[in-house]
Design a protein around this ligand. Structure first.
Ligand code: LER
Ligand code: MN
Length: 270
C-alpha cells in the first residue's frame, strides 16, 4: 500500500477535509519532505492545473498523483449527477469527464463524491439512482476508453441519501455492470455507516479501488478512536495495493496532520 496526502485548490471548500491548501507546489514539497508517495489533488476545474506544470512538480518531488477530486463541480459550479435538470446533469457528466481526462494523463483515477448529489422532492430515490446509474454508465465508457479507473464514493447519511455503505455500492455497480468503476472506501464515512469497517472492506474485496485514510472524527489517523490494525489487516487480506490517502481536516494544523498521518501509515502498513 502507498501513502498519499490531499491538496485543495478550491477556496469555496475551505473548512473541508484537506491537509494542504491553495498552493500545489508548496503542498508537493511538504508531502515529499515527509516521505509521502503521492498527492491527491482537489482542483477547481480541469484547466486549473496545467499538465506540464503538474508533471514537473510531481517529477521534481518524486511524487505520483494518487487521484483527482471532482467535488468542485458541486461546491463551486453547483453541478450534480442527480439534478432534476437534464442540462445540469449533462454538464456534471462533462465536468467529471474533463477531470478524468486530466487525471488519466498521470495514470490517476477521478473521484465522484459530492457530485452524486441527493434525492429530494420530485426526484425520488429510484429516479435519482437511475440518474446516477446512467451517469456512471457513461463515465464508465469514458474510463474504459481512457484505460483508467473511476472511483465512486459512498458518503455518510449527512452528505447523501443515495448510497451510504460499501455493500450498497457493490450492489449498485454490480447491477450496472460497469467495468472501470471502483469504490472509494472513506474510513470516516464508513465509521458512521458500517457495522464493522474491516468486514465491510473484506466483503467489498476487489471493488475497493482507493481508501481515504481518516480517523473517526475526520482528523489524521491516530487523532481519533478508529482501530486501524484490523482495517489494514482486511486490506492486506483482499490484496489491496492502492493508496491510503489522507483526506482529513488540517487540525491542529496542516503540518501536524500530515506528520501524524505518515507516522501512523508507517506504524500500521508494514
Ligand atoms: C470526498 O472524498 C468526501 O469524502 C466528501 O465527504 C466530500 O464532501
Ligand atoms: Mn472522501
Amino acid at each position: 500500500m502507498k501513502s498519499a496526502v490531499t491538496v485543495s485548490l478550491v477556496p469555496e471548500a475551505r473548512g473541508g477535509p484537506f491537509v494542504y491548501w491553495d498552493d500545489l507546489a508548496a503542498g508537493c514539497r511538504a508531502a515529499a519532505a515527509l516521505g509521502f508517495d503521492a498527492v491527491e489533488v482537489f482542483p477547481p476545474g480541469p484547466d486549473a492545473v496545467a499538465p506540464d506544470a503538474l508533471r514537473a512538480l510531481l517529477d521534481d518531488n518524486g511524487l505520483s498523483l494518487a487521484a483527482v477530486g471532482t467535488g468542485a463541480g458541486w461546491v463551486k459550479h453547483k453541478l450534480s449527477l442527480t439534478s432534476p435538470d437534464a442540462a445540469v446533469r449533462d454538464k456534471a457528466v462533462a465536468f467529471v469527464q474533463s477531470i478524468m481526462t486530466l487525471a488519466a494523463k498521470f495514470d490517476a483515477p477521478a473521484i465522484i463524491g459530492s457530485m452524486q448529489g441527493k434525492w429530494d422532492g420530485a426526484v425520488t430515490k429510484p429516479i435519482a439512482l437511475r440518474y446516477l446509474g446512467s451517469a456512471l454508465f457513461k463515465l464508465d465508457e469514458h474510463a474504459h476508453d481512457l484505460g483508467t479507473t473511476l472511483l465512486y464514493e459512498p458518503l455518510n447519511r449527512y452528505e447523501t441519501n443515495l448510497i451510504n455503505t460499501l455493500g450498497d455500492g457493490v450492489q449498485f455497480l454490480a447491477a450496472l455492470g460497469t467495468r472501470s468503476v471502483k469504490l472509494l472506501a472513506d474510513l470516516y464515512h464508513m465509521n458512521i455507516e458500517e457495522t464493522n469497517l474491516a468486514d465491510a472492506l473484506r466483503s467489498a474485496g476487489p471493488y475497493v479501488g482507493h481508501v481515504h485514510f481518516a480517523d473517526s472524527n475526520r482528523r489524521a489517523a491516530g487523532l481519533g478512536h478508529t482501530d486501524f490494525a484490523p482495517i489494514v489487516a482486511a486490506l492486506v487480506e483482499i490484496g489491496y495495493t492502492g493508496y491510503l490517502s489522507a483526506e482529513v481536516l488540517p487540525l491542529p494544523d496542516s503540518d501536524t496532520a500530515a506528520r501524524t498521518t505518515i507516522a501512523n501509515f508507517r506504524k500500521y502498513v508494514t
